[in-house]
Design a binder for this molecule. Structure first.
Ligand SMILES: Cc1cc2nc3c(=O)[nH]c(=O)nc-3n(C[C@H](O)[C@H](O)[C@H](O)COP(=O)(O)O)c2cc1C
Length: 452
C-alpha cells in the first residue's frame, strides 16, 4: 500500500422512502420523494454541503406491489440516467452514480449514455455495473429466463471491456476545430474498434467525444466469486453488505489481494459497505426512534426466514418471551453475532424474540444498522475504517430526509473533527474525490509506442 494518508469516503445509497421498511410511516418522513425533482435536488445539495463523495441510485428492471412491506422504495423509481442528468444540472461537486444492468443492455448504448452524462456533469459520473439481482427482469425483455451467473458475468466482462475501449474512440487532441483550414477533426486520432468477440460485434468509433474523466470510474456490488473477479479487474469502488467486522476485514483483504492478478494495486480499489445510521442527538433519542420504527413495521411475524438466518427454529417460542439458548443453533457463532447486533440496536441484553425479529426485518437487505448518538456512530465508522474493514460507507438513511439530515449535520462534523473526513472537496470530478488519476488514452499510447 502507498504511504498516502487514507481518507474516509461517504456516499448516499438512496432509498427515497428510507432504508427501514417502515421509515416512510414516521410522521416527519416524506412518502413521495421518489418522483419529486425538488426533493431529489435538496437531497443532493445536502450531500454537497456535507462533502459526500457521491449520490448513488440503484436500479431494478422489474416490480410488483407485494414488495411494499419489505422494500417500498424499490418498487417504483426514476430511470437512473434521466434522474441523474437532472441532478447534475443543480449540483457542482457531488459524484453521481448510475446503475446499469449489463444483462439487458448493449455496450454501444451504455458507452454513449455514460459518456454523455460525464460531459453534462463535468466529470462527476460513475457507473455501477450490475448483472441483475431480480430474475423477473427476463420477462420484461422478451426472454424466458434470467441467465445463470456464468453467462451473466461472461457477458458483463466483455461488455465492460468494449465500453471502456469505446470511451477511448476519440483522442483528447482529435478535435482541431481550425476555422482557417476548415479541419474540424484529425482523423488519425479517431479509432474504430472493429471488435468481434464471443458476445458482441462493435465497429466503433463511439459518437461521443472522450469523457472528461477519460475513463469513467466503475463500481460493482455482486456477492458471487465471478462478481468479485469483475470488481478486482475493473472496479474503482466495490459495494458490499457486511455486518460483522471480522468478516468485513476478510472480504476487504481478499478483494484487495485479487487486484494484483489484473495488474492493479489495492489503492485502485475502494471497499464501501452499506451502513444504516439511526442517529439521535442523544442515545436516548436514537433508541426511541428505533422503537418507534419497529412498532410501525407491517408484518405477520413470519419467523421462518429469521430462523434460517440464525440456524435455530424459533417457531413455538412466544414473541414476547426470551430468546432460546443459542447453543441449540446449527451455527451458534453466527447466531450470537447476529443477536449481538440486535442487542446493540435495542440497547439491552435481554431482547425478546419480537425484538430480534424487528432487527432482522429492519436489515433484510443485508446492511449494518447501528443506533446511537453522533459520537457512537462515528466510533463505529472509525473502527471499521482503521481496522481496514472498509474504506468508507454507502450511507442508507433509515428514513428521509430526516435520517440523512441528522447524519450530515451531526455525524459528519465529528468525523471531520477527528481528521477522518474532508472539510473541502479536493477537486471537481469523481476521480478527484477518490484520488484517482486520469488515465491516458490507450490508442494514443499505442500510437506513441509504434512511432518510437
Ligand atoms: C450495495 C449493493 C447494491 C446493489 N445494487 C443493485 C442494483 O441497484 N441493481 C441490481 O440489479 N443489483 C444490485 N446489487 C446486486 C449485485 O450487483 C448483483 O448484480 C447481483 O447480486 C447478482 O450478482 P451476483 O450473483 O454476483 O451476486 C447490489 C448489491 C449490493 C451489495
Amino acid at each position: 500500500m502507498s504511504q498516502k494518508k487514507r481518507q474516509l469516503h461517504l456516499g448516499l445509497f438512496l432509498f427515497s422512502t428510507g432504508y427501514h421498511p417502515a421509515g416512510w410511516r414516521l410522521p416527519e418522513a416524506r412518502t413521495d420523494g421518489a418522483f419529486d425533482a425538488k426533493f431529489l435536488h435538496s437531497v443532493a445539495q445536502t450531500l454537497e454541503r456535507a462533502k459526500f463523495d457521491f449520490f448513488f441510485l440503484g436500479d431494478a428492471l422489474a416490480s410488483s406491489a407485494d414488495m411494499q412491506y419489505q422494500f417500498p422504495s424499490q418498487m417504483v423509481r426514476l430511470e437512473p440516467f434521466t434522474m441523474i442528468a437532472n441532478i447534475a444540472a443543480v449540483t457542482e461537486k457531488i459524484g453521481l452514480i448510475v446503475t446499469v444492468n449489463t444483462t439487458y443492455a448493449e455496450p454501444y448504448h451504455v458507452a454513449r449514455q455514460t459518456a454523455s452524462l460525464d460531459h453534462l456533469s463535468s466529470g462527476r459520473t460513475a457507473w455501477n455495473v450490475v448483472t441483475g439481482a431480480d430474475a423477473r427482469a427476463a420477462h420484461n425483455f422478451s426472454r424466458e429466463k434470467h441467465w445463470d451467473n456464468e453467462k451473466r458475468y461472461d457477458y458483463a466482462n466483455e461488455f465492460v471491456d468494449v465500453v471502456k475501449r469505446l470511451w477511448d474512440s476519440w483522442e483528447d487532441e482529435a478535435f482541431v476545430r481550425n476555422k482557417e483550414t476548415g479541419v474540424f477533426v484529425d482523423g488519425s486520432k479517431v479509432h474504430a474498434l472493429r471488435h468481434v468477440g464471443e458476445q458482441f460485434s462493435v465497429a466503433g468509433p463511439l459518437n461521443v467525444a472522450r469523457p472528461p474523466q477519460g475513463q469513467i470510474p466503475l463500481l460493482s456490488a455482486g456477492t458471487s466469486e465471478r462478481s468479485q473477479e469483475l470488481g478486482a479487474r475493473f472496479s474503482n469502488v466495490i459495494f458490499t453488505g457486511q455486518i460483522v467486522i471480522d468478516e468485513a476485514k476478510r472480504f476487504y483483504a481478499g478483494i484487495k489481494a485479487k487486484t494484483f492478478q489484473y495488474g492493479r494495486t489495492p489503492d485502485d480499489l475502494f471497499i464501501m459497505p452499506g451502513l444504516v445510521p439511526l442517529v439521535g442527538r442523544t442515545e436516548a433519542e436514537a433508541r426511541a426512534k428505533y422503537r418507534e420504527l419497529s412498532a410501525l413495521l407491517v408484518t405477520d411475524f413470519n419467523l421462518q426466514p429469521l430462523s434460517a438466518r440464525i440456524g435455530l427454529d424459533l417457531s413455538g417460542y412466544p414473541l414476547d418471551g426470551p430468546l432460546p439458548d443459542l447453543g441449540l443453533s446449527s451455527r451458534p457463532d453466527d447466531a450470537r453475532k447476529f443477536v449481538r447486533l440486535a442487542q446493540d440496536a435495542s440497547g439491552h441484553e435481554d431482547i425478546t424474540v419480537r425484538e430480534l425479529f424487528h432487527y432482522f426485518a429492519a436489515t433484510a437487505r443485508g446492511h449494518l444498522l447501528i443506533v446511537g448518538d453522533p459520537e457512537q456512530i462515528a466510533d463505529k465508522i472509525e473502527l471499521w475504517f482503521k481496522e481496514e474493514a472498509a474504506d468508507g460507507f454507502n450511507i442508507c438513511p433509515p428514513y428521509m430526509p430526516g435520517g440523512l439530515d441528522l447524519f450530515a449535520e451531526h455525524v459528519v462534523p465529528v468525523l471531520q473533527r477527528r481528521g477522518l473526513f474532508r472539510t473541502e472537496y479536493e477537486g471537481n470530478t469523481f476521480r478527484d474525490h477518490f484520488g484517482l488519476t486520469r488515465p491516458a488514452n490507450r490508442f494514443a499510447e499505442e500510437r506513441e509506442l509504434q512511432t518510437k
